[in-house]
Design a protein around this ligand. Structure first.
Ligand code: A3P
Ligand code: MG
Length: 275
C-alpha cells in the first residue's frame, strides 16, 4: 500500500502528535504522580506504542526513528523516515502541574525535514508545519482554532535565553556575561517546549550544547524554520537528520536578527581558555 499523499504529511504530523498528547494526558491522569518513575515509563511507552501503531497503519512504507524504539539500519536506505520523540521532557511530564513537555513528530524525506509537529498537550496547543503559498509555513492550533506562527522579533534591551532546567550548557553563563545586551536565562524543560517558547515569544532564543539526539530537535527545528526562525548547530552549520549516529548534541534557535550576535558570542566563549 502506498503512503498517504505528500500534501497531507503536515496534517498527519499534527494529528499524530496531538493524539499522542491526548494519550499522555490520559496516562498522567490514570497513573498519577505518586511514583514518578512509573509515570515516566508509562508515558514513554504508551506514547511510543500509539505512534508506532498509527504510523504503521497510516504510512506502512515509511521508516521510523523513535527515541523509545530499537534503531533499524533500514531507515538509512529509506526515502521517508518519521523521526519521533514520543515524550520530550519526560522529567517534567512526571512533575505535577508542569506544562513544559511535548510530543515531537517530524518527517525526513530524501535528505531534509519536510514536515513537523510539536504538541504541547498540557498547554492545549500544537505547533506544526503547513503547506501555504507554494511553500511551508508554521501554525499553532488549539481550542481557539489555528493561527499563523512567525517567530517574533527580539526586544532591543533584553534577550531571554531558554536553557535546560537540569543540564544547562556550561558556557551559556559566560555567553550571557559577554553579550552587550542584558540577558536573562530562563530554565524550561523539553527541547520542544523551549523551541516553542521562542516561536511563541515567551523567550528570544534557545541555546543547547552537551548532548541531544535527532528526535529531541527534528520536529521543533522543522516548525522553527517554517516560522522563519534561525535554527542551526551552535557553529552555524545546518543540522542534518537521519544519520547513522542520531546524536545531534547542540542547537541554536532564535530570530534571524539575533543569530549573528549569538553565533559570534558562542564562538568567542568557546575560544576562551577553559579555567
Ligand atoms: N546532555 C544531554 N545528553 C543527552 N540528552 C540530553 C542532554 N541534555 C538534554 N537532553 C535531552 O533533550 C531533551 C530536553 O532536555 P532538557 O529538558 O534538559 O532541555 C530531553 O529529552 P527526553 O525528555 O526526551 O529524554 C533530554 O534527554
Ligand atoms: Mg527528548
Amino acid at each position: 500500500m502506498a503512503s498517504i499523499s505528500r500534501s497531507d504529511d503536515h496534517a498527519l504530523a499534527a494529528e499524530l502528535a496531538t493524539a499522542a498528547g491526548e494519550v499522555l494526558l490520559g496516562i498522567r491522569a490514570r497513573v498519577g504522580h505518586a511514583d514518578g518513575k512509573a509515570l515516566k515509563n508509562a508515558g514513554d511507552q504508551g506514547s511510543h506504542e500509539f505512534l508506532m501503531a498509527a504510523l504503521a497503519e497510516r504510512c506502512p512504507g515509511d521508516a521510523v526513528l523513535s527515541e523509545e524504539g530499537k534503531d533499524d539500519a533500514a531507515r538509512l536506505r529509506a526515502e521517508r523516515v518519521w523521526i519521533v520523540d514520543p515524550l520530550d521532557g519526560t522529567r517534567e511530564f512526571s512533575e505535577e502541574g508542569r506544562t513544559d513537555w511535548a510530543v515531537h513528530v517530524a518527517l525526513w524525506e530524501r535528505g531534509r525535514l519536510v514536515a513537523g509537529a510539536v504538541a504541547l498537550p498540557a498547554q492545549g496547543r500544537t505547533l506544526h508545519t503547513t503547506a501555504a503559498d507554494g511553500g511551508v509555513r508554521a501554525v499553532v492550533g488549539g481550542a481557539a482554532g489555528r493561527q499563523p506562527l512567525t517567530v517574533p522579533a527580539p526586544q532591543p534591551d533584553l534577550l531571554r535565553i531558554a536553557v535546560s532546567r537540569t543540564r544547562p550548557p556550561q558556557f551559556v553563563q559566560s555567553l550571557a556575561e559577554r553579550l552587550e545586551t542584558k540577558v536573562e536565562l530562563v530554565p524550561i524543560g523539553s527541547a520542544g517546549a523551549k523551541i516553542s517558547a521562542v516561536l511563541l515569544g515567551d523567550v528570544d532564543a534557545y541555546v543547547h550544547a552537551g548532548g541531544q539526539y535527532e528526535w529531541d530537535n527534528a520536529a521543533p527545528v522543522a516548525v522553527a524554520k517554517a516560522a522563519g526562525a534561525h535554527a542551526t548547530r551552535i557553529d552555524g552549520s545546518e543540522p542534518t537528520y537521519n544519520r547513522p549516529d542520531p546524536m545531534l548534541p547542540d542547537i541554536l534557535v532564535c530570530h534571524p536578527a539575533s543569530a549573528p550576535m549569538l553565533l559570534a558570542g558562542i564562538r568567542d566563549v568557546k575560544q576562551e581558555p577553559q579555567g
